[in-house]
Design a protein around this ligand. Structure first.
Ligand code: SF4
Ligand code: F3S
Length: 106
């Protein structure tokens, strides 16, 4: 499966959603996750993310490994998203911020 990591928080550009052939993205207030049981490992979304937030599960950086479980957990409670939407108005101000776990809204 593929995993959305910290860089997506408060950026949520949703370019990834547009290319997913199985519509397995789920949307929270300021972050997206991938449902691990629905992702078919096509890898199409990975290069689409402007902030490189998406990794294959086996390539997730060590300091981002908690996002593997977080994607699985949040995909169960958040609604599906299958179309690109406008990012938050201040998304660009957050795209270079590295540590933003504390900004995640559930
Ligand atoms: Fe969707 Fe493919 Fe990305 Fe999995 S790897 S989330 S199936 S686009
Ligand atoms: Fe997030 Fe990147 Fe998709 S910022 S919404 S993972 S395009």
């Amino acid at each position: 499966t593929f995993v959305v990591t910290e860089s997506c928080i408060r950026c949520k550009y949703t370019d990834c959603v547009e290319v997913c052939p199985v519509d397995c993205f789920y949307e929270g207030p300021n972050f997206l996750v991938i449902h691990p049981d629905e992702c078919i490992d096509c890898a199409l979304c990975e290069p689409e993310c402007p902030v490189n937030a998406i990794y294959s599960e086996d390539e997730v950086p060590a300091d981002q490994e908690d996002f593997i479980e977080l994607n699985a957990e949040l995909a169960e409670s958040w609604p599906n998203i299958n179309e690109r939407i406008d990012p938050p108005a201040d998304a660009d101000e957050w795209k270079d911020v590295k540590e933003k776990r504390d900004q995640l809204d559930r």
